[in-house]
Design a protein around this ligand. Structure first.
Ligand code: SAM
Ligand code: SF4
Ligand code: SF4
Length: 386
């Protein structure tokens, strides 16, 4: 048994161990919720589904897949047969939409490495929300393959992309991705996404104190007025392999203070419930938001918990459902998908799991002494996606 297996999900069909589905015995019987918006124990609706389509990546960002651990011979990559097929993903996504999900984000690993991803996008874009609308369909990518693929993704029905980019300086960027990938190729990918109409585009930058903090201002200057919203993300203690340390976190408040010295900003209202980023608009000479200049966002997952509105569920590449980025275990939906379960039973299972959800890790972390949060058993970001 591998180390990962010891804390991986126990199949749903074996409800004696691992994370059993709440109300598992009643699945298939009348009485369990199987349609309409579900709420969890903290009255948070299920709205956002993130689907990881691969656990592989062509980058080795040290905060996510450190090179020393994710070597060519890394033993825990999933074998192909473990992956949910496009048909399985589409089927399960459809059940999530029947329980209130509005937005589907494809992620990974690097999602553009999954072969024929356009086919999956086409299938997903044919699905409908409870209100009969096309779900908001988006994807997070490191941008390395975007120049080649942007047009095909758009044609398949993808609406938007979020691109991760940790700096503009080529040397800093190559060091951050740790595979010597040039920044110019990602910038070309961003342009291709813009040209294909995959917007509004967001660019995510993880800020590590002492590593790329000098890139904050150049990145803000570069994207200001471009129609692209830059979002600065606090380096998080996800997973167990990145050697996270609090002193490498640059709090968002400090990021904003540094930006304000050169680029005046004013706070903006959240555009939707459950939004992870706090939005700031570039101000004009009158101190009002200059819409032409656009906005930036900060995601303060470490210093300012936003669990209160967290409406996100995460489906791993092999069909495990995680209720929190910091979860140690998930629920095996693949067991149900590949078993005899009907669509209604699948919805009942998902609804029961969500209705029992209590997760609020970031809020709890705020009450813990520094470093106390890590148990060393958490699931990796490359496995469940961001
Ligand atoms: N490979 C794709 C990419 O990089 O955009 C998608 C998957 S990646 C896991 C999703 C997002 O998680 C990226 O924006 C990445 O920067 C972010 N991320 C990964 N590890 C992180 C960490 N330790 N702290 C904060 N953000 C992290
Ligand atoms: Fe790959 Fe994205 Fe993780 Fe970087 S953050 S290693 S690009 S999965
Ligand atoms: Fe959601 Fe968990 Fe993050 Fe809180 S810590 S916002 S519950 S994913």
């Amino acid at each position: 048994m591998t180390e990962r297996d010891t804390h991986r999900v126990i199949p749903l069909v074996d409800a004696r161990a691992g994370l059993p589905i709440p109300g598992f015995e009643s699945i298939g019987k009348p009485g369990l919720k199987s349609a309409g918006q579900v709420l969890d124990q903290r009255a948070r609706p299920l709205r956002d589904l993130r689907i990881s389509v691969t656990d592989r990546c062509n980058f080795r960002c040290s905060y996510c897949m450190p090179k020393e651990i994710y070597t060519k011979d890394y033993p825990h990559y999933l074998p192909h047969a473990s992956l949910l097929s496009f048909e399985e993903i589409t089927r399960v996504a459809q059940q999530f939409l029947g329980l209130g999900v509005q937005k589907i984000r494809l992620t990974g690993g690097e999602p553009l490495l999954r072969k024929n991803l356009e086919q999956l996008i086409e299938q997903l874009s044919g699905l409908r929300t409870l209100e009969g609308k096309t779900p908001d369909l988006t994807l997070t990518t490191n941008g390395s393959l975007l120049a080649r693929k942007a047009r095909a993704l758009k044609d398949a029905g993808l609406q938007r992309v979020t691109i991760s980019l940790d700096g503009l300086d080529d040397a800093v960027f190559r060091r951050m991705n740790d595979v010597d990938f040039p920044v110019a190729d990602v910038l070309r990918g961003i342009e291709a996404a813009q040209a294909a109409g995959l917007g509004p585009i967001k660019v995510n930058m993880v800020v590590k104190r002492g590593t790329n903090e000098d890139q904050i201002l150049p990145m803000a200057r570069y994207f200001r007025g471009s129609g692209i919203a830059l979002r600065l993300i606090e380096y998080m203690d996800v997973g167990a392999t990145n050697g996270w340390r609090m002193d490498e976190v640059l709090p968002s408040a400090e990021v904003i203070a540094r930006l304000q010295q050169e680029l005046p900003l004013i706070p903006l209202e959240a555009s939707q419930e459950g939004e992870t980023a706090q939005r700031w608009g570039y101000a004009n000479a009158q101190g009002k938001h200059d819409v032409q200049q656009g906005e930036i966002g900060v995601i303060s997952s470490v210093t300012q918990a936003f669990c209160k509105d967290c409406n996100r569920a995460r489906l791993s590449t092999e069909g495990q459902l995680y209720l929190c980025l910091f979860a140690e275990q998930g629920y095996d939906l693949r067991g149900l998908i590949r078993g005899q379960g009907s669509d209604e039973q699948l919805r009942q299972a998902i609804a029961s799991i969500w209705q029992a959800r209590q997760d609020n890790y970031s809020e709890q972390r705020g009450r813990m002494p520094a470093q106390a949060g890590s148990t060393g058993r958490r699931i990796e970001m490359s496995y469940i996606g961001g």
